[in-house]
Design a protein around this ligand. Structure first.
Ligand SMILES: NC(=O)c1ccc[n+]([C@@H]2O[C@H](COP(=O)([O-])OP(=O)(O)OC[C@H]3O[C@@H](n4cnc5c(N)ncnc54)[C@H](O)[C@@H]3O)[C@@H](O)[C@H]2O)c1
Length: 348
């Protein structure tokens, strides 16, 4: 029996990771720790909450006494750490909350793991889920590799870079067994509609404007969230200690091209005439410190662990749109704030 703590498991990526671990490994005990901020939604994992190897714990990773007591009580053997403030725009208006959760919260988990694993490091693993944004911005060519120097440009990416450094430092200084992955932009079911793809799906359904930053030429690599969860499973079990792996979709898109594709697919799905949704595009003032291009070289995880995305972008996008169209209740709950009552109803 393995006791694994997953943090941020009520969020977008975390919910897919929790589902993957709980269903793939019935002999593990999976503990999902989440503070249920605006981004945490227990409805994301309501399908697995009855399973005997799953426990939800409401709590804050920045609470020192609570985290220490939790680690002492459960003696976790592995930590998969996703809990974070994750939205770049919010980090520009409130950078300190990103330092608190992403840097201090990670430190707090590292200290608790270090304390309970002190004399028994064998078989333990601290896994930090990070982002490609720590590498800064690329020009028109080139790819981020695991040895690209860190060069973060937003308070969000600076906080993730900082927490990566602390994880690595705990490995060097205290011998803490760790792995880090830096992943590109995710998309898929259960994504909170403040990020580009779910926001635009929601706005297209409701005939609302589609705000595109600057000239729309920003380029991102996109990965289907379930493929990210599969990669996390693989790295957790087979990744080498003290290593970093980049994860990406081999799938670069300029924002404006992606939005046009999304408009076209949404028109088809909603039975609207071709060219309807594209008229909703509205160019808005650029975000400060906006990185021009991210692109990932994911050949290390591909060659060492045999991981590759299982769906093409077209397939993943179709599945994502279908999910949003058939889960209107989820979307309504999230946009009205009603999902925040789920915990009270379910657990109080
Ligand atoms: N979304 C992406 O495209 C992407 C890409 C690469 C890496 N990442 C990283 O993956 C992780 C998950 O991202 P996401 O998009 O699922 O984020 P998200 O914002 O959807 O979810 C974050 C979760 O963390 C929880 N949380 C926040 N503060 C907490 C605290 N103090 N204590 C306990 N729980 C707390 C929230 O309630 C939420 O459930 C983050 O670490 C992020 O940096 C995200």
């Amino acid at each position: 029996m393995k006791k694994i703590l997953i943090t941020g498991g009520a969020g977008f990526i975390g919910s897919h990771v929790v589902r993957r671990f709980v269903t793939q490994y019935p002999t593990y005990e999976i503990y999902n720790l989440d503070a249920l901020t605006y981004a945490g939604n227990l409805e994301n994992i309501s399908d697995i909450e009855h399973l005997p190897n799953y426990t939800f714990i409401k709590g804050d990773i920045t609470d020192v006494d609570f985290i220490n007591a939790l680690f002492q009580q459960h003696q976790f053997e592995g930590v998969v750490h996703l809990a974070a403030e994750s939205h770049v725009d919010r980090s520009i208006t409130d950078p300190l909350s990103f330092v608190k959760t992403n840097v201090f919260g990670t430190m707090n988990l590292l200290n608790a793991a270090k304390t309970i694993w002190k004399d028994h490091l064998e078989g333990k693993r601290f896994y930090h889920i990070s982002t490609d944004e720590v590498y800064g911005s690329l020009g028109a060519t080139g790819l981020f590799t695991e040895t690209t120097p860190y060069d973060p440009n937003s308070p969000y990416s600076a906080s993730k870079a900082s927490s990566d450094h602390f994880v690595r430092a705990y490995g060097e200084t205290y011998g803490l067994p760790y792995v880090i992955t830096n992943c590109s932009n995710n998309y898929g079911p259960n994504h909170f509609p403040e990020k580009l793809i779910p926001l635009f799906i929601h706005n297209i359904i409701n005939h609302k404007p589609l705000p595109v930053y600057g000239d729309g030429k920003y380029t991102r690599d996109w990965l289907y969230v379930i493929d990210h969860a599969i990669a996390i499973d693989l790295v957790f079990h087979q990744g080498k200690n003290h290593e970093t792996y980049n994860i990406g979709g081999f799938n670069e898109w300029q924002n404006i091209d992606l939005v046009q594709l999304l408009c076209q697919k949404m028109d088809e799905k909603l039975g609207r005439s071709a060219g309807t949704s594209v008229q909703l595009i509205s160019y808005v003032k650029d975000r400060p410190g906006h990185d021009l291009r991210y692109a990932i070289d994911a050949s290390k995880i591909q060659n060492e662990l045999g991981w590759e995305p299982s769906v093409t972008f077209e397939e993943g996008l179709e599945q994502t749109i279908d999910w949003y169209l058939s889960n209107e209740k989820w979307l309504q709950h999230v946009t009205s704030g009603e999902y925040q009552q789920y915990y009270q109803k379910q657990y109080s």
